[in-house]
Write a protein that binds this ligand. Sequence first.
Ligand code: PLP
Length: 434
Amino acid sequence: MKLYSTNNPNHIVSLREAVLHSLPPDNGLYVPQQYPALDPAIIENITDYSFRELANIIATQYLREEVPEEIIQEIVYDAINFPAPVINIDDKISILELFHGPTLAFKDFGARFMARLMNHFWSTENKKLNILVATSGDTGGAVAAGFYGLDSIEVTILYPKGKVSRLQESQLTTWGSNIHALEIEGDFDDCQKLVKQAFLDLDLNKHLHLSSANSINIARLIPQSFYYFEAYKQLKKDTPVAFCIPSGNFGNLTAGLIAQRMGLPISHMIAATNINDVFPNYLKTGEYKPTAAIPTLSNAMDIGHPSNFSRIQHMYGSTWNDIKKDISGYSYTDQQTINQILNKHKNNGYVLDPHTAIGVLAAEQYLNSTNTGHQVVVLSTAHPIKFQSEIQAEIDFKIPYPASVHRFLDLESHKTPMSATFQDFKNFLLSKSS
Ligand SMILES: *Cc1c(COP(=O)(O)O)cnc(C)c1O
């Protein structure tokens, strides 16, 4: 598998290089030269395969030139060690629950796979690899859990002070060892900017081997395509299947487009956002206008400048008309989000987290606006307990508490407060390397 930069088709690299470097030096994003097509017989007989078998078949398409087959299987089977069940909440809408991993959000899929793949690719080096990750809440915890305890990899997590939930913060700060948590005086976009700047800083890159674990890394996107196949498998195949994705940086949605290019018959994609609606606005107007992020209840989607936008544009040769034919977009306020959580609990007995609530709103709006017999699968991106502190005051029932979260809340936290100034961040990284 060869990849190239969205800014320069002649900048071609191996998967190893794309995974370890994360970003091309020209500030573009790595994309595969080709999306490998799955054998149509596999899609036809998809119910014959377990989730792990499907994941292994897909991963092999990307990895086989650079990773021995038994190691691919080891990475996949180790990373995909929890299920992704589809739950029907009514006759048109199903929920794909992606929150059964260790940090209760879909990012466990990407992070666990990426950690194992990077560890394999780095195993030939005898230096430290420094992973930088900006998080709006969930990524950091998943990445920390994925990389914790690996001795050749250090992880530095940047998160916006006061903008993540209590449980999210404890999933970032209670690790210690090779995991460092920086509490940044700023918003998520500031954190993301610091990481981008670090990659472009020549001096820093002379001293450190930097890599990223954000959804800009292609190793996050590959495993996120697995569960689109798994969801399709669990549904009846005789209706067209559309997917609805609560979106922030649009990594999850991009992974769906990748699954589609690999041959999965996805009839339509629906992007659901909170009031940070840069992408739905782009679909409406054809103009892409990144802005500052506005804080909301669905904080993992508080993104004003989605980092995978240029990948999506690139997949469509920047043709707005084609993009809006394949993807619809809708956005919702916090009040609509809360009303939806209350409504679905009361009428369907299902507890949605704020992100998934926005997804179900968008699925309903899409179904109301079209007259086709689509089945819509809403990706449930997080377990509602992750946002208990934000929504408990607004709802009239208790969110069920999974046993695994106590572990985080009871541990001691280790965090370093920091300004959003690049020099401070750089000094921190350099001080760790000496
Ligand atoms: C990260 C995240 C999202 C947004 O996913 P993207 O791939 O960045 O679009 C949505 N919901 C939750 C709970 C998340 O953690």
